[in-house]
Design a protein around this ligand. Structure first.
Ligand code: GLN
Ligand code: ZN
Length: 757
């Protein structure tokens, strides 16, 4: 182990600020409450603060240029002059208003598409390459590098999205032209790097996470070419080629690229990466970036364990300098646990957000460089001990109960259908909605007042009951066949359940960026998830007491609850999903006993949990489907289980959808312009299905005619006896008038088609 030294490093830092200052600045600018000059000044202040903080925490290799006013992919596109024509301005330097127009759209020009950043909940703006020839409008990393050098005397490490990943994530070109398009970008990257080299930058971090996301081996030809060019044209700069979120797809090829450092994720890709390191070794004269502190989750690292992992890694490393770093940018975790005052101390001590993670990296680096801090280590061990003594004591009991729970309905669908048809006696093409009705300001204010203790529980419940009554009457008047209670008591479809189940904690300030200025505060699953008391029975039963029509119960499914939370990292994710499923099965039993025998279990996040690597899809889908079935199988044959998912990419997971064995599924179609219907043309789907026939994301009222057309089109592929009519998602973001008018048209469309059948 002689001759190895370690440098503490970071890959990216949250933009938000400890009190979401970033979000507030943006929103004030958009509302014209702030002029551009003040905005820029305040943002700079925030940016420099983040850098100072990283330095104070002991980080030696500090990323610069990862800060943004919206999204780093958008920044990269704008830097390369990729401005779709609909936003065109004649300015050479792209103005802030053009930048935000691309992100958010204007009255004339719809926003650029936004999509998930790999398997995270961060969304990036998708560059459109079809209309423009790339040019370098500004060297953004250089600007960032010079700024910190001048203002703070910090020698930062500029961060760039690599050309391979940038192109892979862009749209507007044909696969065959990947190589020629790349040719256009490479000289621009070279220019950026050369200018950085001249300015004195020593290390550059080039992010290429695409290389871990089922990267086709034949494309390594391009990767090789690109990095050879960089080496030839910019010989005096050191490039850290950074991958994350998974193990490297083609380790041998990756580590032999002509760069100075390779960054690997040793949290999410531990097994494969350590195996590859062991069998293939690591090239001499290169630095390894060891991503060992989890950049995606909120748990404190067990330093003893991390230390032994590092010893193992070190045993395979050549002499030289290596980097200790988080597994990915810290963008995906909240800023600091400092401001959490309500969490139990045992739990709070066990958490580590961005700032605490930097401290962990610093301690570990010191430990490696042979300055072990015994006190730190001891304190760290105590935290784990106390946590283990306090929480997670029920899992055996839960596993026992889970093992007794059926994961298969007592009868196959064809037989259940007879029971259900006899019980429900619904008309052909039954009409329904997806669950929520408008969450107006009035509703939100009332909920807030109750939370703050300004309204008593009685007052609040009366308010909710009145809302339910109002909307049961409206639904009756519209003529819908299956009604819902409207979800007025729910703030968020995960938080609502998390607050009522054992095992979830809610932070005060644990925000992470989802897209643009939009933040989410995911709950933390810290303990065994367990059912405590019925969560939805009261409201649903009340709604049912007001009408002869069936009222559908409404739950969030186990996979969605898991995917939208920070999860435990001591047991496999699927075990947590099964615990949630068990709890939901009790809720479903309680609903059934209360006479609610049509129950919808929403799984809008099923698809987004898909692993980055294709070969791991089946495993995920198997346990995800199993969790859903555990939650929903323990019911009578006549009880009708519905599910809902709000996206349209189904062609590659139709097997899994079928395996859920829900009696009725509703999915999005309206925005996919019939593509989904085509998918069902070739796949056989034999259960009941509602293809959302209008887009709830738009305030536009769809006409009877257009909805009839959608239905007719679907009926060419799907039998009418299996088809339901519904909007494509919940109506919580719409107002009352839009909702009522649209639903009236929808019901009329269904009636007219029924008559002609
Ligand atoms: N039942 C939920 C609602 O209507 C479903 C939300 C969703 O699909 N995301 O709001
Ligand atoms: Zn939906």
């Amino acid at each position: 182990m002689m001759g190895i030294t370690w440098t503490s490093s970071n890959l990216g830092y949250p933009r938000l600020g400890e009190n979401r200052e970033w979000k507030k600045l943006l929103e004030r600018l958009w509302k014209n409450e702030l002029d551009e000059e003040t905005f820029l000044k305040e943002m700079k202040h925030l940016r420099l603060n983040h850098l100072k903080k990283q330095k104070a925490k002991g980080i030696q290799s500090i990323p610069v240029g990862d800060f943004t006013f919206y999204d780093h992919m958008l920044d990269t596109a704008v830097m390369f002059g990729i401005i779709p024509r609909r936003f065109h301005s004649t300015d050479k330097k792209i103005s802030l208003s053009t930048y935000f127009a691309m992100a958010r759209g204007t009255a004339e020009a719809p926003a650029c598409e936004m999509t998930k950043w790999f398997n995270t909940n961060y969304h990036y703006i998708v560059p459109e390459l079809n209309e423009t020839i790339p040019t370098l409008t500004e060297n953004k990393p250089l600007k960032a590098y010079l700024e910190v050098k001048e203002e703070l005397g910090i020698e930062g490490k500029p961060v760039l999205i690599g050309p391979i990943t940038f192109l892979k994530l862009s749209k507007g070109y044909k696969k065959e032209s990947f190589g020629s398009l790349l040719q256009k970008f490479v000289p621009l990257y070279v220019k950026i790097l050369q200018e950085l080299e001249e300015a004195g930058a020593a290390w550059i971090q080039i992010d290429e996470p695409s290389l871990n996301a089922s990267f086709p081996i034949e494309d390594y030809f391009f990767v090789q070419k690109v990095y050879e060019t960089f080496q030839r044209e910019v010989p005096n700069i050191s490039i850290m080629l950074q991958t994350y979120f998974e193990a490297a797809d083609h380790y041998t090829k990756l580590v032999s690229l002509p760069v100075d450092g390779i960054g690997l994720d040793f949290v999410h890709g531990w097994e494969k990466n350590i195996q590859a390191l062991k069998t293939e070794g690591f090239p001499a004269n290169k630095s390894l970036g060891v991503g060992l502190i989890d950049g995606r989750n909120v748990w404190r690292a067990d330093l003893q364990k991390k230390h032994s992992e590092l010893e193992l890694i070190t045993s395979y490393l050549p002499e030289g300098n290596h980097f200790l770093q988080p597994s990915s940018s810290l963008l995906h975790v909240p800023v600091s646990t400092n401001s959490e005052r309500k969490l139990s101390p045992v739990l709070k001590d066990s958490l580590s957000f961005a700032d605490e993670k930097l401290e962990e990296i610093n301690s570990l680096t010191n430990m490696l460089n042979k300055k072990p801090d015994e006190k730190w280590l001891e304190k760290n061990q105590k935290v784990f001990q106390r946590f283990a003594e306090t929480f997670r004591q029920q899992s055996e009991k839960i596993t026992g109960e889970k093992n007794k729970l059926p994961s298969k309905r007592s009868l196959p669908f064809s037989e259940r259908k007879t029971h259900q048809d006899n019980k429900w006696k619904l008309p052909l093409l039954p009409t329904t909605t997806i669950g929520s009705f408008p969450q107006t300001k009035e509703v939100r204010l009332e909920r807030r007042a109750f939370r703050k203790g300004e309204k008593s529980i009685n007052e609040y419940q009366t308010f909710i009951q009145n809302k339910i009554k109002e909307w049961i009457d409206i639904q009756e008047e519209i003529g819908l066949d299956v009604l819902v209670h409207g979800e007025f008591e729910r703030n968020d479809m995960v938080e609502f359940f998390g607050e009522k189940l054992n095992g979830f904690a809610f932070t005060e300030n644990g925000w992470v960026q989802s897209y643009g200025s939009r933040c989410v505060k995911p709950p933390i699953i810290y303990d065994d998830v367990a059912f405590e008391h019925p969560m939805t029975v009261e409201e649903t039963r009340f709604a049912q007491s007001l009408t002869e029509k069936p009222v559908k119960g409404m739950l969030t499914g186990p996979v969605t609850i898991l995917n939208w939370s920070f999860e435990r990292d001591d047991i496999p994710r699927e075990e947590v999903a099964y615990q949630i499923a068990l709890a939901l099965s009790y809720e479903i039993k309680a609903l059934e006993s209360a006479g609610i025998e049509m129950i919808q279990v929403d799984e809008p996040a099923l698809r987004e949990g898909l692993p980055l690597k294709r070969e791991e899809w089946d495993r995920y889908l198997n346990w995800a489907v199993h969790a859903f079935r555990l939650a929903t199988s323990n019911v009578k044959p006549s009880t009708q289980i519905h599910t809902h998912m709000c996206y349209s990419e189904f062609h590659d997971m139709i097997e899994a959808i079928r395996a859920l064995d829900a009696d009725v599924i509703s999915i999005e179609t309206s925005r996919s312009h019939g593509e989904l219907i085509e998918a069902f043309e070739t796949a056989i789907y034999e259960k009941e299905i509602g293809l959302g026939i209008y887009d709830i994301h738009s305030p536009r009222i769809p006409s009877v005619g257009e909805m009839k057309e959608m239905i007719e089109r679907a009926l060419r592929v799907l039998p009418a006896s299996l088809f339901w009519i519904n909007p494509d998602c919940g109506l919580k973001t719409r107002n009352k008038e839009e909702t009522v008018k649209s639903l009236k048209n929808m019901v009329q469309a269904a009636e007219e088609i029924r008559e002609s059948h």
